[in-house]
Design a protein around this ligand. Structure first.
Ligand SMILES: [Zn+2]
Ligand SMILES: [Zn+2]
Length: 197
């Protein structure tokens, strides 16, 4: 957040409870301090319960002084979220056997830790112009799409531009991987900025 020079943050959308997706929760504190308010955090009922357990020091009447101040908002996969003037559509994808959420804002969709997606949820993604989707590496993995699987899904969705994320080191170097990617598909990078309509 420091390197990306993020000076304000309206809310946080949680895809799922795995540690690589929630371990930064303590870094909400400077936003609490400078914005002088609790941070709305959107998550499903299951994930919210897990956050309360894992970050117990930040919740309840005995919350530790100086802990991040989080305002948990429980959401469901079929109910759009409204944050200010922005409407956000949750999309449920399967991370192996674990249901996790992706999110669509206008023509932008963010999906991570996808292994499979139902036809009904895929319908919510259709029409996306800019897509972020996970691609771990070159061989199949039980709970994450590998490169070939991600490229197949990208082809079905047909975005104008797709960025791959959640990439393992064994994907290889950008200069070696990029030439083999279809037009409009690129490896994402830290600091990538996307303007959402
Ligand atoms: Zn995960
Ligand atoms: Zn992950």
């Amino acid at each position: 957040m420091l390197r990306a020079d993020v000076s304000s943050l309206d809310a946080i959308l949680i895809t799922h409870e795995h540690n690589d997706h929630v371990a930064g929760m303590d870094d909400v504190r400077p936003f609490n301090f400078f914005q002088r308010r609790d941070m709305p955090v959107y998550a499903t009922v299951r994930v919210a319960a897990e956050l309360r357990r894992r970050f117990a020091y930040a919740f309840g009447p005995d919350a530790y002084p100086g802990a991040p101040r989080l305002l948990l908002q429980e959401i469901q996969k079929d109910t759009p979220i409204q944050i200010g003037s922005t409407s956000i559509v949750p999309i449920e994808v399967m991370h192996g056997s674990l249901p996790v959420l992706g999110f669509r804002v206008g023509s932008f969709t963010y999906l991570t830790d996808v292994k499979t997606i139902s036809e009904a949820e895929l319908e919510k993604v259709m029409g996306t112009e800019i897509l972020i989707i996970n691609a771990l590496y070159h061989t199949p993995h039980p709970t994450h799409l590998h490169l070939e699987g991600a490229l197949e899904l990208i082809e079905r969705i047909g975005p104008r531009k797709a960025y791959l994320t959640h990439i393992a080191h064994s994907m290889g170097r950008r200069c070696d991987v990029s030439p083999a990617l279809p037009p409009g598909v690129e490896l994402g990078w830290d600091g990538l900025e996307i303007v959402v309509d």
